[in-house]
Design a protein around this ligand. Sequence first.
Ligand SMILES: C[S@@+](CC[C@H](N)C(=O)[O-])C[C@H]1O[C@@H](n2cnc3c(N)ncnc32)[C@H](O)[C@@H]1O
Length: 326
Amino acid sequence: MFAEGIRRWNEQPVTELGARPTSAATYADFSVRGSLRQLLHLARAPHARNAAALLREVEISETRLAERLGQTELVGLSILEIGPGQSMERAQFFGRRNVVTAIDLDEIVDGFDPAGYRRMRRSNGWGRMIKTLGRNVLISPRQRRAWKAELGVDRVTPPIRVRGDFCDANVRDVVPGFGAFDIVMSWSVFEHLRDPRTAVQSVVDALAPGGVFLLSIHNYTANDGHHDIRAFSGGLDALPPWGHLRDSTKSEIHPSAYLNEWRLQDWQSLFEELTPGAVVQLDSYEHPERFGPLLDGSLAVELGAFSREELLTVDIVVTWRKPLVD
Ligand SMILES: C[S@@+](CC[C@H](N)C(=O)[O-])C[C@H]1O[C@@H](n2cnc3c(N)ncnc32)[C@H](O)[C@@H]1O
């Protein structure tokens, strides 16, 4: 997970994806308290440093995608991002030289839009509305400046956006260019999906022959895989390590979002079945050095049902190239 940052939805009308999703109107539970906590954390965040870290991370993804496509650079491509969130940095990064479409379940509101905030309050609750309003007024301008400075641009190109549930069967009828994308990409979304199998199949169907996907999945069995909001607002070290996986500490952890709780093996089996030849990379960042030693003592016994690898993997990154002919 990287710091949420710049929000810059475009002015184009948003396509609503058929009927309201039946499974969920939002993927997360934005309590007022949790949202205020996150706002405070964001207000104190070192925006320039976060933007630089995000850029490094996006460039790694760009390299992985280019390698999979067999190209040296990604230019003039048609790209779909699933779940870009309130911030749009990755879509903006790739949008500098490609055409990016983005689909998200959540209501997105930017700028002065009272009706949009009312819709957001109705579908996502007060907490989400307060968080978005606060961020738009207090934080986004600084984040935007930092991101644009990192990209070396004066203005960013926003994606074409679609609002809806990527697991919905109508998705192919509503996303423009479905079946013809050169790239489908997503970060920290698939762990929130109620129907990952349908979603992965739709990713495959969204691609043109020879197209490539990169799906980065925040690993449920990581130390912070529980999505307790405190872990993402400066409080990770105060939480019991791997608290959500231990009987003795489960009650202390409060996930702030729906999680399908899929484990590494579940993802591996699904991709082997639907996308044979997919490459699965396990990104650990600094976790083995920081948290690995904790696993040498009694914690290892309590977490005996989990391998060290799945406990120290933060992101499961899967890339695959669709065959040119079926
Ligand atoms: C944890 S956020 C990640 C945002 C961004 N990709 C990032 O890495 O910062 C998950 C995003 O996925 C979106 N999402 C969750 N379920 C979805 C679904 N079924 N279809 C489309 N978007 C979904 C949420 O609305 C949210 O914007």
